[in-house]
Structure formats: structure tokens, C-alpha cells
Design a protein around this ligand. Structure first.
Ligand SMILES: [Zn+2]
Length: 410
């Protein structure tokens, strides 16, 4: 085995082991505090709700640990055992060239997708159903999966063709062109997502409550936020988890509230949540996240440039020298490497959340934001007593007790 292959296998194993260890810690922390609601929440959350949140945390950590172990075994199986015979099998039907490269990537994706279905089923109809979150029917689940798969094939197969064609035609500069094309594509998807992609899965209706709408529009005007409108998404057809977000770019931005969120919160709380979202916009967090994605994509293509070169990555694994094979290896390895980098991206994200909270507090005061956060924790069964290391590694949003403490303080 070459050094680089050994390093990639090691990263896969270490990343999975670390993930499982952190999930175990998170479960232990939830159990340790299961019998007592933290004092600052005693008025807002009952002991029963607190215990259910602990049980949900433990069950969810068990399922995701199993999946992390499975993912590591699968990654090692692909690189060490399956990729070579799969390539050989496809090469019997397809002559070496662009089509074979695309076929290898697509075949790996399809097999991966099918092998992950049991986990998706266990999550929706085991875990989420057991705690009363799941509302999706098996028919809806299958439809969503088929639509997602069809979209993937429609978008990704032609893109892979384009990538491998570019590689063949411009062997030196292809990676820079591919980088610029990816950035343009990402911007395009963000622009069409709210009006064309999201409606394939959910129904969006303009917000009907006129007095709430008037207050929201006044807030948007006050913040100088241009949008394509305020929408309610029928999230309750699939899950009772509540949320709100805005998506799109420029004037095509849409503000979306899950119907589940509107049902559970008072108008003041909803306006605070909207102000928080507008805080993200005001501080340029969307631009920052795009920049982060741009840096990652640039690094990815720089790595691919090296991986695709003759005698590049596949030969280090004793695999056929084909860009499709190289791409599978890079994507498999990058899942583990990105996992190990997640504390950094999550730290940036948590910092942005504190800023957005402070912005909302500046407009409506701290009380509606605090009660909204407590309700969101209660309704999503988020543990109020996370493990410190787990939260540092995985939480894209600061734990709610810390957010409330920050609202109380600054
Ligand atoms: Zn936020």
C-alpha cells in the first residue's frame, strides 16, 4: 500500500471513530441530566418534555453512530475491494472513454444510495415516528426519494460528462474552467431553488394572516430587505419539526416559514425569528457562506487536478487510471476529511448565530427571542444539556442555554 492510500484509510477510520466517540459522549451527557430540568428552563419546559428530549437524543445518537460505522466500512470496501471489479464489469459493456468514466461514478452513487435506504427508513419510520415527528407516509417517502434521484441524474450525469470532456480537451487548464463553471452553477441553483426546485417537494402558499403580514412587511422595509414574498411551507405533511429560512439571491429571495412553526409561536416570537433571519442578511452571512463554499470547491478542483493526472491517485490504490475512478476516491476521502474539519465551519456558523440573535434583540428586545428559542428546543426535543465537545464539533447553532445566556448578557 502506498503512503497516500494508507493516509486516506487512516483518515476514514479516525474520522468514524472520533464521530462515534463524540456521539457516545452526547448520549451520556443527556442521560446524566435526564432527571432535572436546568433551572433557567424550569418555567418553560416540563420534566416530562425534558426526559423525552434526553431519550430522543440517545436514540438519535445510536442510529447515527451505526451509520457512521457503516459509512466507514463502505468507504473502505469501495476503495479496497469493490471499485476494481465494478470497473472491470462496466468495461465489458462500455469502451474506455467519457461514458465509462461517467458510468463508474453513477454506478457507485446508485449502490451507495440503495445501501443507505435502510438508514433513511429507520430514521423516518423508526426514530422520528417513535417520537411523534414523522408525518410522511411510505408512499410520500418513496416519491421524494425517486424525485431526488431523478433530479440527481438529470443534473449530475451531464455535468460529469462536461467535466470529463473538459479534462480531455484542456488537460492543463480544465480545473480552473471547472472551478468558474461550478461557481456560476452554484449561483444559478441558489437563484432557481426557491421558485423551481423547492416546489417539487413542498407546497408554498403566500402568508395569509394579514396583521402578521403587515408587521412583517414593515420589518422588511425597516431592514431594507427586498424579497419575492413571505411564504408558508406545508412542512407538517412530512414532519412536525419547526423552522424558518430565507433562500435565493437579489430580488428573488423568499422568506419561508414552516407551517409547524407558525402554529406553535406567538406573533411576537415569529417576528423575532424573522428579525434573526434578517440579521443573517444584514451581516452578510450568506455571502460569507458562499465564499466558504467557493474556497472548498477551489481546493477540491486543485486536488482533482493532481488526482486526474496520469499516474495520479487511482494508481496509488492499484486501481485503473480513469478520471471516474479518481473522482470516486477523492469524494470518498473528502467525506472523512470534511468531517474532521467540521469544528471550524461550525464555529464560524455559531458566531454568525450569536450575531443574528443580537440583531433580533436590538429590534424587539430579548423576551420574544428567548421564549421562541425555548419553544423550539421543546418542540424539536433538542437536549438542553449537550456534551461540550460534541457541541463544539457538530453544533452549527450554539446550544440554546448559551444563546439565552448571551441574550441576557449583551
Ligand atoms: Zn440563524
Amino acid at each position: 500500500m502506498t503512503t497516500i492510500a494508507a493516509a486516506i484509510y487512516l483518515a476514514i477510520v479516525l474520522s468514524a471513530a472520533l464521530g462515534i466517540y463524540l456521539k457516545w459522549r452526547q448520549g451520556v451527557a443527556a442521560i446524566a441530566h435526564r432527571e432535572r430540568v436546568p433551572a433557567e428552563f424550569s418555567q418553560r419546559i416540563t420534566l416530562d418534555e425534558h426526559r423525552r428530549a434526553a431519550d430522543y437524543t440517545v436514540a438519535s445518537m445510536k442510529l447515527t453512530s451505526l451509520e457512521a460505522a457503516f459509512d466507514a466500512i463502505l468507504a473502505i470496501a469501495w476503495l479496497g475491494f469493490w471499485l476494481a471489479p465494478l470497473y472491470g464489469l462496466l468495461a465489458q459493456f462500455i469502451a474506455p472513454g467519457l461514458s465509462l468514466s461517467v458510468a463508474v461514478v453513477a454506478a457507485v452513487a446508485v449502490v451507495d444510495y440503495l445501501l443507505h435506504l435502510p438508514f433513511a427508513l429507520a430514521e423516518a419510520f423508526g426514530l422520528e415516528a417513535r417520537f411523534g415527528f414523522n408525518r410522511a407516509t411510505p408512499g410520500m417517502f418513496i416519491r421524494d426519494r425517486l424525485k431526488g434521484g431523478a433530479l440527481w441524474l438529470m443534473f449530475v450525469a451531464p455535468l460529469l460528462y462536461g467535466l470529463f470532456l473538459l479534462l480531455r480537451e484542456a488537460p492543463n487548464s480544465w480545473w480552473l474552467w471547472a472551478f468558474f463553471a461550478s461557481m456560476a452553477l452554484m449561483a444559478g441553483i441558489i437563484v432557481i431553488y426557491p421558485s423551481f426546485i423547492a416546489p417539487l417537494f413542498n407546497t408554498f402558499t403566500p402568508l395569509k394572516d394579514q396583521s402578521l403580514k403587515a408587521r412583517m412587511e414593515a420589518l422588511l422595509a425597516q431592514c431594507g430587505f427586498e424579497s419575492d414574498g413571505l411564504f408558508v411551507m406545508d412542512a407538517s405533511t412530512r414532519s412536525t419539526h419547526g423552522n424558518a429560512y430565507f433562500s435565493g439571491l437579489g430580488k428573488a429571495k423568499r422568506i419561508v416559514f414552516f407551517d409547524t412553526l407558525l402554529q406553535q409561536h406567538t406573533p411576537d416570537e415569529i417576528l423575532s425569528i424573522l428579525a434573526h433571519e434578517l440579521g443573517h442578511y444584514k451581516f452578510g452571512h450568506v455571502r460569507q457562506r458562499l465564499l466558504q463554499a467557493g474556497v472548498l470547491i477551489f481546493v477540491l478542483f486543485a486536488v482533482l487536478r493532481w488526482a486526474f493526472a496520469p499516474g495520479g491517485l487511482p494508481s496509488r490504490f492499484g486501481l485503473p487510471d480513469d478520471p471516474g475512478v479518481a473522482l470516486v476516491i477523492v469524494l470518498t476521502a473528502s467525506a472523512s476529511i470534511l468531517h474532521l474539519l467540521s469544528p471550524l465551519t461550525n464555529w464560524l456558523s455559531r458566531r454568525a448565530e450569536f450575531q443574528a440573535d443580537r440583531f433580533a434583540k436590538g429590534i424587539f428586545g430579548k423576551e420574544p427571542m428567548i421564549s421562541a428559542l425555548a419553544k423550539l428546543s421543546r418542540d424539536n426535543l433538542s437536549t438542553l444539556t449537550p456534551d461540550v465537545l460534541y457541541a463544539l464539533f457538530y453544533y452549527s447553532h450554539p446550544p440554546v442555554p448559551l444563546r439565552i445566556a448571551a441574550l441576557d448578557r449583551d
